[in-house]
Write a protein that binds this ligand. Structure first.
Ligand code: MTE
Ligand code: MO
Length: 387
């Protein structure tokens, strides 16, 4: 028996004054696989209740974050070039990568640094796609460890960073630029939690990468914000320094002032933060008092050793907390799902969710605003209506 109504009837207007997004978290048979937040280039996220119905996110329910139109590449002729501080500069088609190197299949969560961005914009306007809480998904990525490829081409003395470049072309101010980023050689060669520190991926959940997710080849960087997992990979470049690409040196930094010195001083974001989200109730939804099933996801900080230890929910403003049941399935660099039946009294106006990890970290009650709206991970406070 559902104890809450499937659709909220609260006027969208009153939600808007609270700064909450319009209603999306309702389970509907006819609902779209993805909700479009920006049509061109395509940026879309799944309806939240559907997102947590399975631990592995189906490809068609996986958020899409693209800065430019999707390149249509021919896998037979497209090559990934490997150059820079290497012994041998080589290029590979996707098929050559598959045949020449050991194959791995690993579940890894990918999440955008801008997930939950609209929360920041309730404080002050921020740039970027107005993501709600669905810019996240967990897929099994099939591909080869970047480390094996680097061993094959050989490194030169002084190699410290590995750059990735996509072939998509992005209009930026008066320019056209490429999408790129880099990771340290140490991260690229790591094997934390039994996973390669960087995967050159050809498959997503047993299928060739879908076009919008980087076909025919992309990077997947476990634990790092999605921006480092460069899609439509065209070049791997080994260097003594981090990538100078705009998306490494200016975008994807936490700054509060739009000054060149501020951008220069801030470090590129690497790992994702501790987070948790209630997914099956929409902001402002009408909830019938009584026991209500709550479901969601939680993500430990992006290090192999960090695990979600508890998700707690409160219906009384944080005075008392109830622990949710966590999914059995728990793997390094992957989210954990949770559910709990919470007694909700008449008059309850808000549900609060927070997570803690095995290192004793707890989500903060609030987080400071930043210009681009990145890394929002404060307790989720969800307004509800009870008769
Ligand atoms: N070439 C290229 N790679 C890219 C992007 C892009 O616009 N171009 N977007 C990045 C960002 S910001 C994120 S969050 C992830 C999203 O991956 P997905 O679209 O497969 O979910 O891809 C990253 N890789
Ligand atoms: Mo992103």
């Amino acid at each position: 028996m559902p104890t809450f109504t499937r659709r909220s009837f609260l006027a969208a207007g009153s939600l808007a004054t609270l700064g909450w997004p319009s209603l999306t978290a309702s389970v509907q048979a006819d609902e779209p696989q993805l909700v479009v937040r920006q049509a061109d280039p395509l940026n879309s996220e799944p309806p939240l209740p559907a997102l947590v119905q399975q631990w592995i996110t189906p490809n068609e329910r996986f958020f899409i974050r693209s800065h430019a139109p999707t390149p249509k590449l021919d896998a037979k002729t497209h090559h990934v070039r490997v150059d820079g501080l290497v012994q041998r500069e080589l290029k590979f088609t996707a098929e050559q990568l598959r045949q020449q190197f050991p194959w791995v299949e690993k579940a890894v969560t990918v999440t955008c640094a801008g997930n939950r961005r609209y929360e920041h914009s309730r404080t002050k306007p921020v740039g970027g796609v107005p993501w709600q809480e669905g810019a996240i998904g967990t897929a099994v990525w099939g591909g080869i460890p970047l480390a094996a490829l680097l061993r094959h081409v050989g490194l030169q003395v002084g190699a410290k960073h590995v750059w990735f470049e996509g072939v998509d072309r992005i209009e930026h101010n008066a320019d056209v630029i490429g999408f790129g980023g880099s990771v340290s050689l140490e991260k690229a060669l790591s094997r934390d939690g039994g996973l390669p520190g960087a995967i050159v991926a050809l498959e997503m959940n047993g299928q060739p990468l879908p076009l919008d997710h980087g076909y025919p080849v992309r990077m997947v960087i476990p634990g790092y914000i999605g921006a480092r997992s460069v899609k439509w990979l065209g070049r791997i470049h080994v260097s003594d320094r981090p990538s100078p690409n705009h998306y490494m040196q200016t975008a994807y930094k936490v700054v509060t002032e739009d000054r060149p010195q501020a951008w220069a001083a801030a470090a590129p974001i690497e790992t994702w933060p501790l987070n948790s989200i209630l997914c099956n109730i929409a902001p402002g939804q009408k909830v019938r008092p009584g026991k209500v099933l709550l479901e969601g996801y939680a993500l430990a900080p992006g290090y192999a050793a960090r695990q979600i230890q508890a998700v707690e929910v409160s219906a009384d403003g944080g005075q008392s907390w109830t622990r949710a049941k966590l999914s059995q399935r728990m793997q390094p660099f992957c989210w954990r799902l949770w559910r709990v039946e919470l007694p909700i009294a008449a008059g309850t106006g808000e549900l609060i969710v927070r997570a803690r990890d095995n290192f004793g970290a707890v989500q903060p009650a609030s987080v400071p605003w930043n210009l681009k709206g990145y890394l929002y991970n404060a307790w989720q406070r969800l307004p509800i209506e009870t008769p």
